[in-house]
Write a protein that binds this ligand. Structure first.
Ligand code: SF4
Ligand code: ZN
Ligand code: ZN
Length: 332
C-alpha cells in the first residue's frame, strides 16, 4: 500500500495512526477477523467488518443524539469530492435508505482552485455516478460572484484586502451551498466536518473571542436558513481515512495550494500531535467546549446589503465581497 503525504493536506502522522496499525491477533469484537484498525482511545483492535459496523453505528448514534435528521428530510450533502465528503455520502446513503420518505442530493461548490478542485470534482462525479438515485448538482464562485478563488489570490486582491484565501473560500462557499440547497428544496445540509474539525473550530472561536456561538453541527431551525448538521462530529478524522481506504473511496493526489496559509492548519497540526500522544483528547475537548458554550439567544435581522437573515448589520458574505471590491451580492 502506497500512502504518500501528497494524498492529503493532513500531517503525515495522521495517516500513520490510521493505516499503519498493529496487525497481530484477532478482532476484539468478533474474535475471528484479522485486525485492520487499532482504536487507541478505547484499546479496541478491529477487523474490517467490525470497524465498518462500529463506524456506521456511531454516525447513526450521532444523528440521533443531536436530532440532526428527520424521517422526511431532503438532505443536501456538501460534497467537495475529498475523501471525507464522499465517505459521508456513502454512509448517509446507507442510513437514508431505511427512510423511504427522505431523499438525498449531493451539492458540489467549485471555488475555482486550479487542479486541486478539478480533481476533486472529477472524483465526486465518478463516485456519485456509481451510486443509486443520488442527484448531483454543482455551483461555482465564477457563476455566483463573478470570480474564481484563484483570480482573487493571483491578482493580489486578497493580499491587499488583508484576508486569507481560506476565509474568502469558507465564507463564500457557505453562501453558495446555502443558495444551492434552497434551489433544490433541501430541508437540511449535511457537511463532513469531523471531530477534529469541530474541536479546531471551537479553539479558533476562543482565539477570536467568539464563545457565544451555537454548538457546531447541531440542527437549528431559523426562518430563512437551511439548517446545517455534521454527522461526523463524533468521528475522528483518522477513522474517516480508514473507512475511505477500506471502501475504496478515492483520495485526492493534490493538496489545496492555500491550505498552509490558514490558522486552522496550525491548530490542526498541534491537535493531531497531541491526540497521537494522548488518545481521547479530542473527545474530552469537545465535551468540555460544549459544556462551556453559553449560546446567546439568536436574534436575526436582515443584512443591510443583501437582505439575508444575519446576526450582524452586514452579513459576512457582503463584508468579504466589499473588501474584495465586488459589487455583486447573490442571494438566490
Ligand atoms: Fe478553501 Fe482553504 Fe480549504 Fe483550500 S484549504 S479548499 S482555500 S478552505
Ligand atoms: Zn471483527
Ligand atoms: Zn449580505
Amino acid at each position: 500500500m502506497l500512502i504518500s503525504k501528497d494524498l492529503t493536506n493532513r500531517p503525515q502522522y495522521t495517516w500513520c495512526t490510521a493505516l499503519s496499525v498493529p496487525r497481530e491477533g484477532l478482532c476484539n469484537v468478533c474474535n475471528k477477523g484479522k485486525v485492520v484498525y487499532f482504536r487507541a482511545y478505547s484499546g479496541e483492535r478491529l477487523c474490517s467488518k467490525c470497524f465498518t459496523k462500529t463506524f456506521e453505528k456511531r454516525v447513526a448514534k450521532t444523528i440521533a443524539r443531536y436530532d440532526m435528521l428527520r424521517y422526511n428530510d431532503k438532505i443536501a450533502v456538501a460534497v467537495s469530492g475529498g475523501k471525507d465528503s464522499l465517505t459521508l455520502l456513502r454512509v448517509l446513503a446507507k442510513i437514508e435508505a431505511k427512510f423511504p420518505e427522505s431523499s438525498m442530493v449531493a451539492i458540489t461548490v467549485d471555488e475555482g482552485i486550479n487542479v486541486y478542485r478539478d480533481e476533486a470534482i472529477k472524483n465526486a462525479e465518478d463516485f456519485i455516478s456509481r451510486m443509486d438515485n443520488i442527484e448531483h448538482v454543482k455551483i461555482s464562485f465564477k457563476e455566483l460572484f463573478g470570480f474564481t478563488l484563484d483570480d482573487v489570490v493571483k491578482d493580489g486582491i486578497v493580499d491587499r484586502a488583508g484576508i486569507k484565501p481560506c476565509t474568502v473560500c469558507g465564507i463564500l462557499r457557505r453562501r453558495a451551498l446555502d443558495i444551492m440547497a434552497r434551489r433544490v428544496g433541501a430541508s437540511v445540509i449535511a457537511t463532513a466536518h469531523t471531530l477534529d474539525d469541530v474541536v479546531q473550530t471551537y479553539i479558533m472561536n476562543v482565539f477570536r473571542g467568539d464563545i457565544d456561538k451555537q454548538p457546531f453541527g447541531t440542527r437549528i431551525e431559523l426562518e430563512g436558513f437551511v439548517p446545517r448538521v455534521a454527522p461526523f462530529k463524533l468521528t475522528p478524522e483518522n477513522e474517516v481515512v480508514m473507512y475511505a481506504y477500506l471502501h475504496k473511496i478515492p483520495f485526492q493526489s493534490h493538496v489545496c495550494p492555500y491550505a498552509r496559509t490558514s490558522m486552522r492548519d496550525m491548530i490542526r497540526n498541534f491537535l493531531t500531535e497531541y491526540e497521537e500522544n494522548y488518545p481521547g483528547t479530542l473527545y474530552t475537548a469537545l465535551t468540555s467546549f460544549e459544556k462551556l458554550i453559553k449560546p446567546s439567544a439568536i436574534s436575526l435581522q436582515k443584512c443591510e446589503v443583501c437582505g439575508v437573515p444575519t446576526s450582524r448589520r452586514v452579513c459576512r458574505t457582503c463584508e468579504i465581497l466589499k473588501h474584495l471590491g465586488v459589487e455583486r451580492v447573490p442571494v438566490q
